[in-house]
Design a protein around this ligand. Structure first.
Ligand code: RB5
Length: 155
């Protein structure tokens, strides 16, 4: 791993957190690059559109991971999970963030700016950058079963 390629996005409720988290990512040596899919300071793009744009970059292999922020983190994760191959979670504690990667191989973390404070958000993202899924782990077969559901649903 030469550094994470990360896509970051937010709706208007998450804009300020996106800005501070992007700065954190850009300063982190574990991050190779950050793509910001908005919104900007005056943006009002609805969260499903931001989430789907970010999720497609992950699904297409143009980003390794996505970090999304809305009011709760819930809508972003729901929308991102509609993109085939994407596993997105909302997590606001360090254990869940860790398990989202180590157990679920989730590529996208969605945070709620109305749920946690900015310092906790930064701490969670810092920990998230240090995590990597082990494809040899017993969790791998279970993650594969998630992909099987997608195949069954689109058959
Ligand atoms: C505001 O649109 C709010 O619903 C949104 O930021 C997010 O919390 C949705 O899940």
């Amino acid at each position: 791993m030469t550094g994470w390629r990360i896509v970051i996005g937010a709706d208007d409720a998450g804009y300020e957190y996106k800005e501070l988290l992007r700065a954190l990512l850009e300063d982190d040596p574990r991050v190779a690059g950050v793509v910001d899919v908005g919104v900007d300071a005056d943006g009002h793009t609805p969260y499903p559109q931001v989430a789907s744009e970010a999720a497609r970059l992950v699904a297409d292999g143009e980003a390794d991971r996505g970090l999304l922020v809305c009011g709760t983190g819930l809508g972003m994760a729901i929308a991102a999970n509609k993109v085939r191959g994407v596993r997105a979670v909302t997590a606001h504690d360090s254990y869940s963030v860790a398990r989202s990667v180590l157990s679920n191989d989730a590529q996208i973390l969605a945070l709620g700016a109305r749920v946690i404070g900015p310092e906790l958000a930064k701490t969670l993202v810092d920990g998230w950058l240090g995590l990597q899924f082990d494809p040899q782990s017993p969790s791998s077969a279970k993650v594969d079963l998630i992909g099987e559901i997608e195949k069954e649903e689109s058959a």
